[in-house]
Design a protein around this ligand. Structure first.
Ligand code: FES
Ligand code: FES
Length: 162
């Protein structure tokens, strides 16, 4: 059965069973490998993407729940040469160690800064809590989100996608 998904502003016809988790479709059918498989249980956040601006665990989100909704993955934010402000902050702070959690972390941070460009440190900490970093770089990750937020609030603009 064909499902239609709007990913990063483009419409895609996908053939996966409607019960298939979005993560598998992104990686297996659409070649979008930024979101990672960590636990498959909604417990680590490595698979985080945005749906209608909210951070979701794509390992738990079946394709059938996504018709007509706007899916954004890390590939929709920017790339190495033109990173968006959140990606840039993660690079500047060197938040990554192995990097496995980072796409999910950036997507969760993006979902916060799109609605609240000037969160408090506590709001950042609480918002980022569902995502785990097994390398233990949480303090650098929080610093990156703070830095992105500070730059965005200086500019007075929400975190952009491309
Ligand atoms: S892989 Fe989705 S939350 Fe861990
Ligand atoms: S940088 Fe390795 S899991 Fe976060």
């Amino acid at each position: 059965m064909t499902s239609y998904l709007n990913v990063n502003g483009r419409q895609h016809a996908v053939e996966a069973d409607p019960a298939t988790p979005l993560l598998y479709v992104l990686r297996g059918e659409l070649g979008l490998n930024g979101a990672k498989y960590g636990c498959g249980l909604g417990q680590c956040g490595a698979c985080t993407v945005m749906v209608d601006g909210k951070a979701v665990f794509s390992c738990l989100m079946p394709v059938r729940a996504l018709a007509g909704r706007a899916i954004t993955t890390i590939e929709g934010l920017g790339d190495v040469t033109t990173p968006n402000p959140v990606q840039q902050a993660f690079q500047e702070v060197q938040a990554a160690q192995c990097g496995y959690c980072i796409a999910g972390m950036i997507m969760r941070a993006q979902s916060l800064l799109e609605t609240n460009a000037a969160p408090s440190d506590e709001e950042i900490r609480v918002h980022m809590q569902p995502n785990l970093c097994r390398c233990g770089t949480h303090s650098r990750i929080l610093r990156a989100v703070r830095s992105a937020s500070d730059k965005l609030s200086l500019k007075g603009s929400p975190a952009g996608t491309k």
